[in-house]
Write a protein that binds this ligand. Structure first.
Ligand code: NAP
Length: 223
């Protein structure tokens, strides 16, 4: 499947690399490919993202719009605080396609731990669906770290991944992709409003990470 991963951070790179390994035709979306390829840190060394791009020639780096345009399915792995802005660049290129939304509405302006800039009565997943009514948004994978998204077997026991979206067929495509990534316990919570639950789990996820001293953990729903 032709998949566009929109976002060049830890999550975008992890998903792009693994989905490509699994045989998908993957591209990575960024604001300015030339700038992303050449970005250096304070010491003048290429950033991790720039180095990743150079060592993964099988994953072309395109603009958000170009990546969305060539895709059959896309993944929003942009910073949650700018996801609506970043996705604006893809307007018209994702209509009718499934968009897996892994973003979280984290606000770091007050330091760590971050707060949520939308909660209780709305969610970022719903805001994205409302802003792009012709895109088939499915919220998933936002409740675990990037490494577990693509290698759930890193934990010795099965753990749960949640799915929220308005359309059954879009969620079926999502479940198929999650299974390819190795996820076994997949819980469909319902329509996109249920993304409020998984996004509002983040404050607990963050405190658990602090208490455990690691991000390599997840929850399992025991029925
Ligand atoms: N890190 C995790 O383990 C984890 C786990 C679960 C969910 N998430 C969620 O997954 C998403 C990605 O997280 P991440 O840590 O991989 O990356 P991130 O640093 O949160 O986001 C990086 C991406 O955001 C884009 N971006 C930043 N400012 C922008 C702007 N003003 N306009 C348009 N695009 C902009 C960047 O574009 P350029 O490529 O152009 O720089 C880049 O592609 C986030 O929403 C995060 O909350 C992360």
């Amino acid at each position: 499947m032709r998949i566009a991963v929109l976002g060049t951070g830890l999550v975008g790179r992890a998903l792009a690399a693994r989905l490509s390994e699994l045989g998908h035709d993957v591209c990575l979306g960024t604001r300015d490919p030339a700038a992303t390829r050449a970005t250096t840190d304070a010491d003048g060394h290429l950033t991790e993202t720039a180095r990743w791009v150079h060592t993964h020639p099988e994953v072309p780096l395109l603009t958000f719009a170009e990546a969305a345009d060539r895709s059959e399915l896309a993944i929003n792995a942009t910073n949650g605080s700018v996801s609506l802005l970043a996705l604006e660049a893809t307007r018209g290129h994702l209509d009718g396609k499934v968009l897996l939304d892994v973003s979280n509405p984290l606000d770091f302006s007050g330091g760590f731990p971050p707060t949520l800039f939308v909660k209780d009565t709305d969610s970022l997943g719903e805001q994205i669906q409302a802003a792009f009514p012709d895109v088939r948004v499915v919220k998933t994978l936002n409740t675990m770290n990037a490494s577990l998204m693509v290698h759930p077997e890193e934990l010795s026991e099965a753990h749960t991944v949640f799915v929220s979206g308005n359309e059954r067929a879009a969620k079926q495509d999502t479940v198929e992709l999650l299974r390819q990534l190795g996820h076994e316990d997949i819980l469909d919570l319902g329509d996109i409003t249920t993304a409020r639950g998984t996004e509002m789990y983040l404050p607990l996820w963050l405190r658990t990470m602090q208490a455990l001293g690691t991000a390599s953990f997840n929850v399992r729903i025991i029925r």
